[in-house]
Design a protein around this ligand. Structure first.
Ligand code: ADE
Ligand code: ZN
Length: 352
């Protein structure tokens, strides 16, 4: 069986679709680097840093990864991050992610990090940012993966805390490209962070926010109109509001969708019911990402192959998702063109 692709994109047989998904170059724009901490690394760092953890073994910890909603995950995610103390720990965590990303043909990654999770435990902002930034530089040099950092504010904390965090990060302004908003969504609407996002905008930082993961379409409107974000993280609840869908399509506001995360956090009852296809077919700039791969059962290529197998998305959608990920990234147009050319070469090599 074959699928017809738009324009000059070659036709690819459906049997070869999983291999094509794995081989095609892609950008990852929604990865919490603390969510890439594998259980084995949590235990190794706990031992190295003499930190007590609640679980007796790696298997014991993995058994706790049975989530019912976002909050049930976040409680375990913050506990896992407590093993990170020194600059080298942040480096090692990010380096392990980049090795996996390179294996999945991720050519570019924009990494979220949660400094408040660490500074609240007495870890310095310097240790967090310098460790992550050094790993980004080495990923480019040794793996050919370009990477940048996006500092996220925890929305369950106050805006004053977020403002203090931004001030603390300013000496490292050249080491991160933007700010985001994450953690517990329900009850913490984006407008709570209007002032800190205004400050970040005035500093020339890129702006993104989680919205519409569990929360209502109103939170997506607020992220767009009050925070003035350039991308929406998740955003899958947008389908409940036709006006919002039109706005997202018209302004080409990307959605960084995370299918395996949505499955594990019970946003959708099963992957077959995921609305990624509907978002793409409505003309939205939707992308596939892994969110917290160590907790949700898969990195980029698992997200692609499992979602396509469950929903019946086609090679045409694959091409769209890869080009969307380049379009949505915060890099120069010339670099995006290089990646699109690489994508075309891979599609050509899979042509029937
Ligand atoms: N922090 C890490 N993963 C998250 C998610 N999926 N939603 C909100 N905050 C997060
Ligand atoms: Zn996320």
């Amino acid at each position: 069986m074959t699928t017809t692709l738009p324009g000059n994109v070659p036709t690819v047989s459906l049997e070869r679709l999983p291999d094509l998904l794995r081989a095609m170059p892609k950008a990852e724009l929604h990865i919490h680097i603390e969510g890439s901490l594998e259980p084995e690394l949590i235990f190794a760092l706990a031992q190295r840093n003499n930190v007590q953890i609640l679980y007796a073994s790696v298997e014991d910890l993995k058994r706790a990864y049975a989530f019912t909603n976002l909050q049930s995950f976040l409680d375990i995610y913050y506990a896992g991050a407590s093993v990170l103390l020194h600059e080298q720990d942040f480096y090692d965590m990010a380096q392990a992610y980049f090795v996996r990303a390179a294996a999945d043909n991720v050519v570019h990654a924009e990494l979220f990090f949660d400094p408040q999770t660490h500074t609240a435990r007495g870890v310095s902002m310097a240790a967090v940012i310098n460790g992550l930034h050094r790993a980004c530089e080495d990923a480019k040099a040794t793996l050919g993966v370009s990477a940048s950092l996006i500092l996220c504010f925890l929305r369950h904390l106050s805006e004053e805390d977020a403002l203090a965090t931004l001030a603390q990060a300013l000496p490292f302004r050249d080491k991160f490209i933007g700010v985001g908003l994450d953690s517990s969504e329900l009850g913490h609407s984006p407008e709570k962070f209007a002032r800190v996002f205004t400050q970040a905008r005035e500093l020339g930082l890129h702006l993104v926010a989680h919205a519409g993961e569990e929360g209502p379409p109103a939170y997506i409107w607020s992220a767009l109109d009050v925070l003035q974000v350039e991308r929406i993280d998740h955003g899958v609840q947008a389908v409940k509001d036709p006006d919002l869908m039109q706005r997202l399509a018209r302004d080409r506001i990307p959605l960084t969708v995370c299918p395996l995360s949505n499955l594990k956090l019970c946003v959708f009852p099963d992957l077959a019911q995921h609305n990624l296809g509907a978002l793409l077919d409505a003309g939205l700039v939707a992308t596939i990402n892994s969110d917290d791969p160590a907790y949700f059962g898969g990195y980029m290529n698992e997200n692609f192959t499992q979602t396509f197998a469950a929903t019946g998305l086609t090679a045409e959608h694959a091409y769209q998702l890869a080009t969307n990920s380049f379009e949505a990234s915060f890099v120069d147009a010339a670099v995006k063109q290089v990646w699109r050319d690489q994508l075309d070469a891979v599609f050509a090599s899979f042509a029937t």
